[in-house]
Write a protein that binds this ligand. Structure first.
Ligand code: NAD
Ligand code: UFG
Length: 349
């Protein structure tokens, strides 16, 4: 297998990072994992290694720790496997928590990205894929949103950190002159589900903040009934609408993005290109619950509750740019995603 490119995956023990690591390895890239394990567990690293049958290197490092981050680049260089690209997942991601702890979110997410860019500059690494989010669009006036939709004021401090990180990367792309810096901003909608093997999946620490992990725990009897956050929104059934995509579709989008960056390497000009990654279909919270119950044959104990602060009402994607420029589009259904999510949860019952 051609392992000429070594890709550093920050946040590699997390939900999206772990699935992406497997897809990258399968596509022939060499992966180096980095995570401080603040929202993940070492078992994810073992899961990745078992799926790719290779002892993928792992560094337990915080992205804000400049010296340790620099050491990771240095050791890989000395091993003869210099890092040539980075996918930066490492961040805190809970919208509701960010309202309570805005400074923590700014420090971790913006601070970590700033340090990473400094280290990449020092080490001469010039290809970056950044985990952005549809939250950069704020509360959109029109849906679906595409990459030309306005970047409106962030609804949560979390969304603000993603907007700021995008700005940092855009500035860095313009400013770094010694190398040609080339970057991709991937604006994810809502990834759900798990690897079809159920060897890796979504395992947040503590009470899940995200909808589908909470549905799974609730259906498994491992948590209190799910609270539907808000049923009086101006949507068809009153609950919020999102664009849910299978985690393996999202993982594969990163392979396409990395290939896009390396294909462009012969073009000697800096660029920063944003892509929406979603299905193009909006689904409400109540519809997700119904679909989960139907496809898995289990009931989801739930109660109707008040709104969660920081929530966007309704957003889904137009992902035509990803299709035409990355050759990427979603292939898996909502039902398949919910089935894989439940198969993963069943391991813990
Ligand atoms: P996750 O919490 O499962 O993974 C993030 C990982 O980063 C965790 O393993 C955590 O321990 C690690 N981490 C956090 N701060 C760190 C730091 N300072 N240094 C090193 N490691 C650190 O979350 P995820 O769902 O895999 O999300 C990955 C990225 O995608 C995040 O940037 C998130 O904001 C973004 N995103 C996620 C979603 C989603 O719905 N899951 C949607 C849009 C964007
Ligand atoms: N929800 C509930 N009950 C819960 C959890 C969630 O009703 O217990 C609702 C939320 O209010 C929201 C929907 O389910 O309406 C989806 O919520 P999530 O927390 O799963 O997802 P968010 O859309 O709030 O945010 C997620 C990630 C962010 C990312 C964003 C992109 O957590 O990192 O998707 O859409 F930026």
């Amino acid at each position: 297998m051609n392992r000429t490119e070594s890709i550093l995956v920050t946040g590699g023990a997390g939900y999206i990072g772990s699935h992406t690591a497997v897809s990258l390895e399968k596509a022939g890239f060499r992966v180096i994992l980095l995570d401080n394990l603040c929202n993940s567990d070492i078992s994810a690293i073992e899961g990745i290694r078992s799926l790719v049958d290779y002892d993928v290197p792992f560094y337990q490092v915080d992205c804000r720790d400049k010296e340790s981050l620099g050491d990771v680049f240095q050791s890989e260089l000395e091993n003869g496997t210099p890092i040539t690209g980075v996918i930066h997942f490492a961040a805190l991601k809970a919208v509701g928590e960010s309202v309570e702890k805005p400074d923590l979110y700014k420090d971790n997410n913006i601070g970590g990205t700033r340090v990473l860019l400094e280290v990449m500059k020092e080490k001469g690494v010039s290809k970056l894929v950044f985990s952005s989010s549809c939250t950069v669009y704020g509360e959109p006036e029109n849906v679906p949103v595409n990459e030309s939709s306005p970047i409106l004021p962030a609804v949560s401090p979390y969304g603000f950190t993603k907007q700021e990180c995008e700005r940092l990367i855009q500035d860095h792309t313009k400013r770094v002159t010694k190398q040609t810096f080339q970057s991709v901003l991937l604006r994810y909608f809502n990834p759900i589900g798990a690897h079809p093997s159920s060897v890796i999946g979504e395992s947040p620490k503590g009470v899940p903040n995200n909808l589908v992990p909470y549905i799974c725990k609730s259906a498994a009897g491992l948590s209190k009934p799910l609270i539907v956050f808000g049923t009086d929104y101006p949507t068809p059934d009153g609950s919020c609408v999102r664009d849910y995509l299978h985690i393996m579709d999202l993982a594969e989008a990163h392979v396409s993005a990395i290939n896009f960056l390396f294909d462009k390497s012969q073009i000697n000009r800096p660029f920063c290109r944003a892509f929406n990654l979603g299905t193009g279909v909006g689904t409400s919270v109540l519809e997700v619950i119904k679909a989960f119950e139907k496809v898995n044959g289990v009931s989801v104990p739930h109660v109707l509750g008040g709104r969660r602060s920081g929530d966007v009402v309704s957003i889904w994607s137009e992902s035509l740019r990803a299709k035409s420029e990355l050759g990427w589009y979603t292939k898996r259904s909502l039902e398949e995603s919910l089935k894989d999510a439940w198969n993963w949860q069943k391991k813990f019952i």
